[in-house]
Structure formats: structure tokens, C-alpha cells
Write a protein that binds this ligand. Structure first.
Ligand SMILES: *Cc1c(COP(=O)(O)O)cnc(C)c1O
Length: 237
């Protein structure tokens, strides 16, 4: 077994264990393997083993890998911030965009959407209210939801942008337990937004290499794991 396969299996085991111990249904959490900076060959290897979901941060890198691996059955996720001028390369081209955080990006995506196309999205919440981080502040999330809904920019289903839930990237924490309060906060925000807007918002994208166990215990439906699967990221040149 390759080191890559070993690491991937260890994450699947850790995930399954947390799902079990928190009394959740088997299969209720999706593993998104975060492959940024890692070669397409690694993605292909995991795909052959059965991994379907891959997350990329940079649109150009993601599109290049999509082209290179076009024959494989992969669900591609965008997990990094998207500039408005990249909307054409995103709209309708990804399984899920985790990082919608402003109405002007939603408008740009809709303008660039292929005829009859659909793009599932999550709202990125700046859950730690860090000034340098993208994502909408928790206190502004409801207003953004209203703006997106009333403007007809998102809906629960059909064509266009479909809003599926929330995503967060908590402040860099030393260990998993420090991230837990942020995961709780995201879940509660989802419950509140869901009650106010009537949207189901079933998906919670939260948890990374250092804290996915806590995220699963707090209701994550998608963990985004890079380092624990692929090892340290090569330095970007
Ligand atoms: C890089 C990245 C990850 C993966 O982080 P690891 O600590 O390597 O597991 C998850 N989410 C986002 C948004 C990222 O940018």
C-alpha cells in the first residue's frame, strides 16, 4: 500500500469512528480531499481507490486538473475565495462552491452561468470575525441571505445558484478542541438562518486535518482534509 493510500485510509477510519461515536448515521459525512498544490497523479490514485470528492483553492489550478483528469468520475469542490472576474470559470463547472460570501459574486456567477445551468453553493461565514479572512460576518449573514433570496440570486433548488448550507474556516487553532466552539457557532447560525429563511441549509462544511473529529461531533456534513491525506503541501512556486 502506498503512503498516500495508507494516510487516506487512516482518515476514512478516523472519520467513521467519529461518526459512530457521536451516534450519527454511517455515510452522513462526506470526505473532501483537499488536493491544492498536489499533483494530478495523486488525485488519480485516490480516485482509483474510490475517493470521489476533491477540493481546490485556486480556480486556475482546479480547471487545469479538471482538464487533465477529465476521464475520471470526480466531484470537484472550490474551497478558496473566488474573485468576481473568475466567475466564468466557476459557474456551472463545480460540484459545489463553498465560498460564496457576497451578492456581487452571486450576480457575476449568474451572468456567467451556462444556459439552464446549476451551481450548488455554500455561504462562507467568517466565524472567528478575523479581519483578513474572507467570508461574511456572522452578524451579517442573515442580511446577506435575505438579499440573495429577495434578489432572486439563489434558491433552494432548480437552475441558477442553489444554496445548500454554510462553510467556515475557524481561526488557526493549536488543536482540535479549540475549534469546537466555532463549529457549534456555525451549526447554531445555520439553525437560525434556516428558521428565518425557510431554507433547509442541510450542509455544514467544517473540519480540517487538525479538527475534523470535533467538527463531525458538532454536525459537520463535509470535512475538508488536505495534510492528513496528502502530507505537507509542496511550496507554491
Ligand atoms: C487548505 C485548506 C484545507 C485543508 O487543510 P489541511 O489542514 O491541510 O487539512 C481545508 N479548507 C480550506 C478552506 C483550505 O484552504
Amino acid at each position: 500500500m502506498s503512503l498516500l493510500e495508507e494516510r487516506w485510509r487512516a482518515v476514512l477510519d478516523g472519520m467513521a469512528e467519529s461518526v459512530r461515536s457521536s451516534g450519527r448515521e454511517a455515510g452522513s459525512v462526506r470526505l473532501v480531499a483537499v488536493s491544492k498544490f498536489h499533483p494530478a497523479a495523486d488525485i488519480a490514485e485516490l480516485c482509483r481507490l474510490g475517493q470521489r470528492d476533491f477540493g481546490e483553492n485556486y480556480i486556475q489550478e482546479a480547471r487545469a486538473k479538471q482538464t487533465e483528469l477529465a476521464g475520471l468520475d470526480i466531484r470537484w469542490h472550490v474551497i478558496g475565495p473566488v474573485q468576481t472576474n473568475k466567475a466564468r470559470d466557476v459557474a456551472g463547472r463545480f460540484f459545489l462552491l463553498h465560498t460564496l460570501d457576497r451578492a456581487d459574486l452571486a450576480r457575476a456567477l449568474l451572468r456567467r452561468m451556462p444556459e439552464g445551468g446549476t451551481q450548488d453553493v455554500l455561504l462562507q461565514i467568517n466565524i472567528g470575525e478575523e479581519p483578513q479572512k474572507s467570508g461574511v460576518a456572522p452578524s451579517c449573514a442573515e442580511a446577506l441571505c435575505e438579499e440573495l433570496l429577495q434578489g432572486g440570486l439563489v434558491s433552494a433548488e432548480g437552475t441558477g445558484l442553489c444554496l445548500r448550507g454554510l462553510m467556515c474556516l475557524p481561526p488557526r487553532c493549536g488543536e482540535g478542541e479549540e475549534a469546537r466552539p466555532y463549529f457549534v457557532a456555525l451549526r447554531k447560525l445555520r439553525d437560525r438562518l434556516s428558521a428565518r429563511t425557510g431554507l433547509a441549509l442541510p450542509e455544514l462544511s467544517m473540519g480540517m486535518s487538525g479538527d475534523y473529529r470535533q467538527a463531525i461531533e458538532e454536525g459537520s456534513t463535509m470535512i475538508r482534509v488536505g495534510t492528513d491525506i496528502f502530507g505537507p503541501r509542496p511550496v507554491k512556486v
